[in-house]
Design a protein around this ligand. Structure first.
Ligand code: PNS
Length: 163
């Protein structure tokens, strides 16, 4: 059984994340989507809300071999706890690459057995990010093209409530 983790903030989960998750699920037997508890008071959704949203997206997409869970602290500890052999992340650009390279170097020093697997984002998702969703949504812009249908309304309502 080859298990992977797909860690992130996912505030909120975007169509880019869905694409990476589906592709990771085709490679690994099971994928745990790890939602980081980062004590960021400015977060749009609580970690538990995000887990529930990701679970909705997983069900709506018919994905059978993934589950979302909250994790606190170090990524490598979450990977160990789940018996994961790999950490999956999506890369959209050289900017993502630079950040990922540093994180992977740190993680490798802490847990050399954990492999890092990077999936290149589809070109149409290159501009899709959780921060773009938050920024566009707070100004009442159209975020439907950035979000999975299963959570679109919930995210739109939360952003509208912030104005
Ligand atoms: O979606 P994000 O915000 O780009 O995800 C970043 C994440 C959660 C992968 C990263 O912040 C992380 O791994 N945090 C846990 C703390 C940790 O393990 N740090 C050491 C690696 S930099």
């Amino acid at each position: 059984m080859r298990t992977a983790i797909m860690p992130g903030s996912f505030d909120p989960f975007t169509i880019g994340h869905v694409d990476i998750l589906k592709r990771a699920c085709a490679i690994f037997d099971f994928v745990y989507v790890g939602v980081l508890v980062n004590c960021n008071k400015k977060a749009l959704f609580s970690p538990d809300e995000r887990v529930m949203q990701i679970q909705k997206v997983i069900s709506a997409a018919g994905i059978k071999n993934a589950e979302a869970q909250v994790f606190q602290g170090m990524l490598v500890d979450f990977a160990r706890e789940k018996g994961a052999c790999a950490c999956v992340r999506g890369i959209r650009s050289h900017r993502d690459y630079d950040i990922e390279l540093e994180m992977a170097d740190i993680n490798r020093k802490l847990y050399p057995e954990l492999e890092h697997v990077y999936l290149l984002a589809n070109a149409e998702n290159a501009c899709v990010s959780s921060s773009a969703v938050r920024e566009i949504g707070v100004f009442g812009g159209d975020i439907s093209g950035f979000l999975p249908d299963a959570i679109y309304e919930e995210v739109r309502e939360r952003l509208e409530a912030k104005v």
